[in-house]
Design a protein around this ligand. Structure first.
Ligand code: IFM
Length: 473
């Protein structure tokens, strides 16, 4: 081989290796693993918290005063609806009224906890004007959960906020953080005596990247700069909420954490330098920069189109626990198209979910090792599968929980797992098309039906408590 070609090949190989070493893809040989043997369930510690999760906008119904409801009713620049099939959240699962029967369903599954969000736009529909009936509603939900022996876990911001807050620029403007801090303090004063675990912000990277970089969530912006600004402000909001609640009576005893979604981006073609470089950029912006800020108290990010390096002291030490939402990795493929420089794909043998990503249980192990570095307890605040046919759910649950058990055995401090979701719900830009529920929902009749795949979850919970070994428990 001529010397210049040899040098170029060596440089390519070195660059590829350096890029792929940042967050290496992990693969297990599933032919050698039997996740249907629930012996792994014995790895879950005695007080492990088993739960299910939802969010207000996705299940309650009647959320017509937040930025998402406005987005659902609007049209894109091409005149097309924003949401798949023109869906709207509308009456959703009528969980606002039907929560007592849904709590009975949680009991039937055998869970210990329910993670749900309080809908800011119902509680504070106009700035500074709190709605007593909405506040009383969540008191009733919390009381009913406690009566049923199910621990309530509150999320303060799960993608939605009131229109008035959005009209002021939402999280694009740092001055607006005061509003969510004030709202959070109010929530803690109301419910802090009954609720021990609090999640501040759900998935800041998703809110920032999907809303302001990919443009698929409101406000439909495509600007790396604005996305990074929103991410920064969401992280700052988390830090300020944490400190504000800690300063309130009862704050010391509360466990307060951020919910971080980790989506790994791996190169579709592992040998392709441009794919590896794109994967590294996404990984940096989506996962590494926010985690680094939480660890170091400094927000640093250098990606094409955005550069930041600023102190963020308010987030340092702001975690009593970290919430991990984990679903999968995405496989990026670059292409020579200025308007669409990258796409996503599958490799042969990948099993897709109904969402645009596959089943990747090793990823939850990988993510747990990553957030395990914080030295605070981890709760898996969301994990689940969109599977309308219900022909992958049981295997998905067993394999992901096998991976969680393996992380625990390897020393990661995982204290709980919340399945997403209790019932089919409004899946944001995907509308009603995605079926994440342990219970199927018939939106016409509001009937809920337990899916057979859900039994795998209940069986693992039972096995973890009793040491039962068979998959049908
Ligand atoms: O439905 C969402 C949820 O609101 C946030 N985490 C991911 C889920 C499934 O996509």
């Amino acid at each position: 081989m001529p010397a210049p070609l040899l040098a170029a090949t060596a440089a390519y190989a070195l660059a590829l290796r350096a890029l792929r070493r940042v967050d290496p893809e992990l693969r297990w040989d599933w032919r050698t693993i039997d996740a249907a043997d629930l012996a792994f369930a014995r790895a879950f510690p005695e007080n492990f918290l088993w739960g299910v999760a939802t969010s207000a906008h996705q299940v309650e119904g009647g959320c017509d005063n937040n930025q998402w409801s406005r987005w659902e009713r609007s049209r894109g620049p091409d005149g097309a609806p924003r949401i798949k099939h023109g869906d709207v959240s509308g009456a959703a699962c009528e969980h606002w009224a039907r929560y007592p029967e849904d709590i009975a369903r949680m009991r039937a599954l055998g869970v210990d906890a329910y993670r749900f969000s309080v809908e800011w736009s119902k509680i504070e529909p106009r700035e500074g004007d709190y709605n007593d009936a909405a506040i009383a509603h969540y008191h009733a939900v919390i009381d009913a959960l406690i009566d049923a022996g199910i621990e309530p876990v509150i999320t303060l911001h799960h993608f939605t906020h009131p229109q008035w807050f959005d009209d002021r620029g939402g999280f694009e403007r740092a001055v607006n953080i005061d509003h969510i801090v004030r709202f959070s303090e109010r929530m803690f004063r109301e419910y802090g005596g009954k609720v021990r675990r609090w999640c501040t912000i759900n998935e800041p990277s998703v809110v920032a990247m999907v809303g302001y970089f990919l443009g698929d969530f409101p406000p439909g912006v495509r600007s790396p700069k604005r996305a990074v600004r929103v991410l920064e402000n969401l992280l700052r909001a988390h830090g300020r909420i944490y400190r504000a609640l800690k300063a309130l009576p009862g704050g010391d005893a509360a466990a307060i954490g951020l919910v971080k979604n980790i989506t790994h981006t791996d190169p579709l073609r592992p040998w392709h330098l441009a794919d590896a470089a794109a994967a590294a950029v996404f990984t940096e912006a989506f996962n590494r920069a926010p985690l680094r800020a939480l660890r170091t108290g400094r927000f640093t990010l250098k990606i094409p189109g955005a550069r930041v390096d600023r102190p963020m002291e308010e987030v340092r030490g702001s975690l009593d626990f970290i919430g991990l939402n984990y679903y999968s990795h995405v496989l990026v493929k670059t292409q020579l198209d200025r308007r669409e420089p990258f796409t996503w794909g599958y490799r042969p043998g990948d099993v897709p979910t109904d969402m645009p990503y596959g089943i990747y249980p090793e990823g939850i192990y990988r993510a747990l090792r990553q957030v395990g570095g914080f030295g605070v307890p981890i709760y898996i605040t969301e994990n689940g599968i969109a599977d309308a046919r219900d022909d992958r759910r049981a295997d998905f649950i067993r394999r992901y929980l096998y991976a969680v058990a393996r992380a625990i055995i390897d020393g990661v401090d995982v204290r709980g797992f919340f399945y997403w979701s209790l019932l089919d719900n409004f899946e944001w830009a995907e509308g009603w098309s995605m079926k994440f529920g342990l219970y199927a929902l018939d939106p016409k009749t509001q009937a809920r039906t337990l899916r057979p795949g859900a039994e795998a979850f209940a069986a693992i919970i039972r096995a973890s408590r009793t040491g039962t070994r068979s998959s049908d428990g």
